[in-house]
Design a protein around this ligand. Sequence first.
Ligand code: ASP
Length: 351
Amino acid sequence: MIMAKLCIVLILIIVSTNVMADKRSVAIVIHGGAGTIVKEKMTASIESEYRQALTDAVKAGYKVLQTGGDSTQAVIAAITLMEDSPLFNAGKGSVFTHDGKNEMDASIMEGNHLEAGSVAGVSRIKNPIQLAYRIMQNSPHVILAGKGAERFAAQENIEFVDPAYFYTERRWQQLQKLLLEDAQSGKAGDQKSNYKNRHSTRLSEDAGDGFDDHKFGTVGAVALDQYGHIAAGTSTGGMTNKRFGRVGDSPIIGAGTYADDESCGISATGHGEYFIRAVVAHDICARVRYKGISLQRGADEVIMDKLVKMRGEGGVIGIDPQGNVVFSFNTKGMYRAAIDVTGTLTVAIFK
Ligand code: ASP
């Protein structure tokens, strides 16, 4: 009898430990862009501002996961904070188009039943990631663009702001610098041939701001919740000086964002045209699934090999179903942070 009772107590302890272990196995990883981010060019105070913003965002997402929220809500919480920060090229800190406007793209995907929502070219939506989520939830479509997307947003009571909200002096000066460079190199008069040359257009923060002359400031998050579901999201202002309603990889499912509970979740940042043609996010997950390789290896194969051969710059963050968190980038740095399955916080910027 005593033995039987002891056995029951033992079983209960094992079961409850497993439940607790399951509950603990949540993880989140975020990025705030990749590029030539080198310590020598960054002041200590700017570095600490970035570190603080990354820490706040990753903790906001983690809190959702810890309190039983799902991975989608965790991704939205982390990205919303980064969109509200002027530091990153998304939401408030978005870069300017050639015409001096801000046109934002964002997407979100859920790995349990491959649902996705995405928005491109919006100029008045405070938090494009929240609109992407509503498109996934409340519309029969995956991608909505421009005015139509804003009409849908109004119907959904999404928060609108005056376009002036997105003005930041730093981004404005980046555009002025590029316009001047274009004019000086005589390209302004020949927009067509200039625009055809991929390397003559500049990406998000390529214009430089004194501490960093070549980086991409898009934001993204990937999370694994206690229910075993992975979600990924990405939000961006795109490239400085972009024209003609250009859409990058961030709202393209499979390029800038992908999530599948069977393989991985990925959010990318970098030169969008390359990420689209290399179908980066999906390719990484497909390699994991079909080749049976680790997520780190799959990500490195695509970022360090495939993309490098194409001369595409950037990086990704990802999570696999076991909660392994990965970073991979072929640039000098990537703003990044994670809280892994053991609850350990990592915040890093440089290689
Ligand atoms: N991938 C983004 C785009 O091409 C830029 C970035 O990551 O900063 O629109």
